[in-house]
Design a protein around this ligand. Structure first.
Ligand code: ADP
Length: 590
């Protein structure tokens, strides 16, 4: 329950209204009842005075004569006639006759208020308890005069009870009317309170849900007053809040994606030096999980005191610190940046593996040394030949011809190497245009294999081609693809001992044609396999086998320029299996 019922604004409006209405109805009823009663008593007094005046006519004679019996008769007669109590009093207050009682036992009446009024002004009335009867009575008395001299008083009285009985009926009717009016007014008060507070309650429920995070609240403005304005403003605010939260979520998603996918390790610490953010790269680096790292101190998570000291220097000085350090196998660049704009004392630490740069540097050095080595051998051999010729071999024409042909061989291999290098750099820089056409696989496989058949035979190898007729055409540049097949088959011949076999096969799967060259040769040691496509790389460290180490690099670039992929499986001593895939020009015929 949102708000306790008795605290609800509806009841806070309705209850005072109800009390006010009840008080008004009650006081109005009381006032009306009193007024009614007073009016009735006044009328009754008037009536009794009239009656007393009427009785007065018949009393002059008996009073003058002092005929008590006559007086008693008159009193009784009128009492019966009027249905009231009739008392006849002497000017000195002595009761001469009484319709309901024996006058002898009655006290002097001179100081009864109605008698006093009659004595002074001719007539008087009063409402009071009767001494004689002990009940509330209404009295009216008139003076009986004769010749300017008072003869006595006649008093007519009625018990108030009779009037009360009449008034009670009237009072009940009045109460009924008052209660009905009160009930109607109450219902109205509740209805008004309900209609006034309904939009407020709806708004309260909507705002409560907003607070709980349910931001898609729709409330239609139902009134044009302040509450209506509040409703539309609140809905506007909720929309803006939702928009802001969506924007923030999207922003956070982007930031998380960047942090999750970046290779650099990122750690943020808060003002107390506790880790408040750690990305997956940093988790891998520190061998911790996210939950294990968050909320722990930087030193506990990173555990490398060199890194911790860079972070500490940044926290202490409030300035950026950068250091490159050798951490075992890794060369790390650590950058610690203060994040005081976000939170005083917070710090961002980025750890970047700069070992890759070092490895590239190493590759560059190796490349230069390899190329020097490749150049040095034929150059040294040519110098030796030139020296031999100069030292007299020129005089021996058959020997000179032999030396010159060896020199030719060296020049050829140098030329081939330079051409391969040029070719590779042109392919790498995208200068070699690839002219894609729809070609059958055997158009580039068969000529390449045929060209290498004599070499395979010389090496006593069984070279076979197996291309199913059902293969679709592929999109490719025949010349370039011939070069790829040549390089792969040439390698297979070079690295397979006599008696082995080489098989060129093609197949197709998921819209791609895969050409494979399988040999039963020496295979490639698994630790060298990742480097096999590098320029100048040769598994044979002595570099005594022919070739420049460029063949696979060239093949890889050509295949990639076709949108294909090149890969291999190999086991040392068992053989190798090189594959490259090409996009087929047609869908597979079902
Ligand atoms: P190379 O001119 O030396 O053949 P490649 O780039 O074609 O240069 O090959 C690089 C190295 O990969 C080779 O020196 C060899 O060590 C290894 N290699 C390539 N193909 C094979 C194969 N079929 N069997 C064994 N080793 C291979």
């Amino acid at each position: 329950m949102l708000i306790r019922a008795r605290n609800s604004i509806r009841w806070r409006i309705a209850i005072p209204y109800m009390l006010l209405i009840l008080a008004a109805v009650a006081s109005l009823s009381l006032y009306a009842a009193r007024l009614l009663r007073q009016t009735a008593i006044a009328q009754e007094k008037e009536q009794l005075l009239l009656e007393a005046t009427m009785v007065r006519q018949g009393l002059v004679a008996p009073l003058e004569s002092g005929d008590l019996a006559q007086l008693a008769t008159v009193a009784k007669q009128y009492a019966g006639l009027l249905g009231a109590r009739v008392t006849i009093v002497a000017p000195n207050g002595e009761v001469l006759a009484e319709s309901d009682n024996d006058p002898d036992g009655m006290r002097n009446h001179l100081f009864r208020p109605e008698i006093q009024q009659a004595l002074a002004g001719g007539q008087g009335s009063a409402v009071r308890a009767s001494d004689t009867l002990g009940v509330d009575m209404i009295y009216a008395a008139v003076r009986v005069d004769a010749g300017g001299r008072p003869l006595g008083f006649v008093r007519v009285a009625l018990p108030q009870r009779d009037l009360t009985r009449q008034l009670e009926g009237l009072g009940r009717a009045l109460l009924l009317v008052a209660l009905t009016a009160g009930a109607v007014a109450l219902l109205l008060a509740i209805g008004i309170a309900e209609s006034v507070t309904r939009p407020i309650r709806q708004l309260t429920v909507a705002v409560h849900r907003l607070v709980r995070g349910e931001l898609d609240q729709h409330l239609v403005r139902s009134t044009s007053d302040e509450v209506g304005q509040l409703t539309s403003d609140t809905m506007e605010m909720a929309n803006q809040l939702r928009q802001t939260i969506e924007d923030l979520n999207a922003e956070r998603g982007r930031l998380e994606a960047v942090l999750d996918n970046m290779a650099d390790a990122v750690i943020i610490t808060d003002s107390q030096g506790l880790v408040s953010l750690i990305n997956p790269a940093a988790q891998r680096l520190t061998h911790t999980g996210k939950s294990g790292a968050l909320g722990r101190s930087f030193a506990q998570v990173v555990r490398q005191h060199e890194v911790t000291s860079v972070w500490r220097a940044c926290v202490d000085s409030g300035e950026q610190h950068l250091e490159v350090m050798d951490l075992g196998d890794d060369l790390m660049q650590v950058v610690a940046t203060p994040l005081s704009s976000i939170e005083p004392g917070a710090c961002l630490v980025v750890l970047q593996d700069v070992g890759q740069v070092r490895r590239l540097e190493g590759m560059r050095r190796e490349f230069v040394s390899n190329i020097s080595h490749e150049l040095r051998t034929p150059l040294a051999s040519m110098r030796a030949i030139a020296d031999t010729l100069r030292d007299g071999a020129l005089d021996d024409p058959p020997a000179a011809a032999r030396f010159l042909s060896r020199m030719d061989g060296q020049i050829d291999s140098l030329t081939q190497m330079v051409e391969e290098l040029l070719e590779l750099s042109r392919i790498e820089s995208g200068q070699v245009p690839i002219r894609l056409e729809r070609v059958a696989v055997d158009r580039f496989v068969v000529p390449a294999v045929e060209r290498l058949l004599p070499q395979a035979e010389r090496s006593q190898l069984d070279l076979a081609v197996d291309i199913p007729g059902s293969l679709p055409l592929v999109l490719g540049d025949v010349q370039r693809l011939q070069q790829v097949v040549t390089n792969l088959v040439h390698n297979a011949i070079k690295f397979t001992a006599a008696g082995g076999s080489i098989r060129v096969h093609a197949d197709w799967a998921s819209e791609r044609v895969v050409v494979s060259v399988t040999d039963t040769g020496i295979g490639i040691p698994s630790e060298l396999q990742p480097r096999i496509f590098e320029r100048f790389f040769k598994a044979d460290r002595s570099r005594s086998t022919g070739g420049t180490g460029l063949g696979l690099a060239i093949a890889k670039h050509i295949v990639q320029a076709h949108g294909g992929r090149i890969w291999f499986e190999s086991e040392e001593g068992q053989g190798s299996r090189f594959h490259f895939s090409l996009l087929s020009a047609d869908k597979r015929p079902d």
